[in-house]
Design a binder for this molecule. Structure first.
Ligand code: SF4
Length: 148
């Protein structure tokens, strides 16, 4: 099944972040940046989500939680790596308890932390590209069983 994207509901998992990324995520949902007006929102349940967004390097203790949340999101679905740690290149990349971030992210948002002025255009442009039918959802979101 494939579908173009009109709205993007995101389940966020903090996988060992220092909370810098969370502060910027919170700013994105504030009235100032207001990602909801672009059809993007954070949701509490993976069952209501289209995407898994991970912050942090994916610590050993959080790897199972990330995997379970990924499996709970209905297909088609995608992975978003938010911040350098989730991209595997952050300050914790060589940490003894780091899994090295998200493997095979569909969308990467770099920065330490990613500033809303940069993250918002990336998300908005990605939505615009897929909304216009340039790519079908399933082409970029294979039903993989593993998020890390
Ligand atoms: S990318 Fe930077 S701000 Fe985000 S969790 Fe890593 S160290 Fe913290």
């Amino acid at each position: 099944m494939s579908k173009s994207i009109r709205a993007l509901h995101i389940r966020h998992v903090d996988a060992g972040s220092c909370n810098g990324c969370e502060q910027e995520l919170t700013a994105l949902t504030s009235g100032y940046y207001d990602i909801q007006r672009h059809g993007i929102d954070l949701v509490a349940s993976p069952r209501h989500a289209d995407a898994l967004l991970v912050t942090g390097p994916v610590t050993d203790t959080m790897a199972l939680a990330v995997k379970k949340v990924w499996e709970a999101i209905p297909s088609p679905k995608l992975r978003i790596a938010f911040g350098d740690c989730a991209l595997g290149c952050g300050v914790f990349q060589n940490g003894y308890a780091s899994e090295g971030g998200v493997k095979e992210a569909d969308l990467e948002i770099p920065g330490c932390p990613p500033e809303p002025e940069m993250a918002l255009p990336i998300l908005r442009d990605w939505m615009r590209t897929h909304r216009s039918g340039q790519k079908a959802y399933s082409e970029i979101a294979p039903d993989s069983q593993s998020a890390v």
